[in-house]
Design a protein around this ligand. Structure first.
Ligand code: ADP
Ligand code: MG
Length: 316
């Protein structure tokens, strides 16, 4: 690979700006906006794999399944993962292709349906903790429970299905992603953290009922590719200590050991910033010379110029 490789993980805010912009035309417009900032990186010479989330889209798909269950067969969760990778991968590939074309940049874009292997004995399967789909009544929840789902009452907001979020171990299409990168493609992969698969006793792949954290899976990919940059694009320009509290302090730089310490002190909330910092820690442990950056899409360019964002490196 001639140019430097970045893994760019784009968060939910690159697809759905807010609750009033969940429709597909709005999602496409939001993706197009993010792709303008990503195209700036490509114009500056970066090679990259773009990864993305799919939480709300999986929720919508589950809801469609429920409403249509009397007419058409239900879609299993691994296949819903593949469907959302396809739909979102298409939106990103089309938007980026168009943006590059307008700028006269000849870089092809290729979305890759990606399976990610987890351990079928991962303890997460015994205690599913990740809420999935909408909230519902107790009666409805108990119906799902009879179908084999774990259901839980969530802090007064209603009942919800719970799903396992096991640790990603292997990106099945990794060699294909690398080959595409080496051939000059901008790759879209590991969408929604990847389609969760396990290997059975015979070593054969099987879809499984789980969702994989997209920050963790993106970190695994960035480590495997030895990417020079792991960029997590989300809704905040920088990471903060005492986030949303008195004495909030925005961070320009963090070392690996500071990241570990602040994480242990509870500065990064579980389920939002926590997994991102954990993902960056794992990437820097595997790749001590790598650089990690957290910022929002519209700040990517100035962050890469060293003017904003939160940078994390193994040493100061
Ligand atoms: P994504 O869809 O990009 O994964 P998340 O909502 O999961 O986004 O995580 C990003 C969010 O984490 C930010 O928008 C912010 O509200 C929240 N957050 C939690 N702790 C912090 C922190 N210490 N500094 C900055 N943001 C934080
Ligand atoms: Mg998140």
């Amino acid at each position: 690979m001639d140019s430097k490789v970045a893994v760019v993980a784009i968060g939910g805010n690159s697809l759905i700006r807010d609750k009033t912009h969940q429709d597909l035309p709005s999602q496409i417009a939001t993706v197009e906006e993010t792709c303008r900032h990503i195209a700036d990186m490509i114009a500056a010479g970066w090679s990259m794999v773009i990864t993305h989330g799919n939480g709300p889209q999986v929720g919508f798909a589950l809801r469609r399944n429920e409403l249509a269950a009397h007419e058409v067969p239900m879609t299993p969760i691994d296949v819903i993962g593949a469907e959302t990778q396809g739909a979102i991968g298409y939106m990103i590939a089309r938007a980026l292709d168009n943006e590059l074309k307008v700028r006269g940049i000849a870089r092809p874009v290729a979305p890759v349906i990606t399976q990610v292997r987890v351990d079928r004995n991962d303890p997460a399967f015994r205690n599913p903790t990740k809420g999935i789909g909408g909230f519902m009544s107790k009666e409805k929840a108990l119906e799902f429970a009879r179908e084999g789902w774990t259901v839980r009452e969530d802090a007064g907001r209603g009942w919800r299905r719970m799903i396992a979020s096991p640790i990603p171990l292997e990106i099945i299409e990794q060699d294909a992603i690398r080959a595409l990168l080496e051939a000059g493609f901008i790759v879209v992969a590991v969408g929604g953290g990847g389609i969760p698969v396990v290997r059975d006793e015979a070593g054969l792949l099987k879809g499984t009922i789980a969702v994989i954290d997209k920050d963790r899976a993106s970190s695994l990919l960035a480590s495997a590719l030895k990417a020079e940059l792991f960029l997590i694009s989300t809704a905040v320009e920088k990471v903060a200590l005492n986030y949303n509290k008195h004495e909030q302090r925005w961070l320009d730089r963090l070392t690996l050991s500071e990241a570990r310490r602040y994480l242990a002190e509870g500065h990064f909330l579980a389920g939002s910033m926590g997994p991102k910092i954990e993902a960056i820690i794992a990437y820097l442990e595997a790749n001590p010379r790598g650089k990690a950056l957290i910022t929002k899409p519209e700040a990517i360019q100035s962050a890469l110029a060293g003017q904003t964002g939160t940078w994390v490196t193994a040493e100061a």
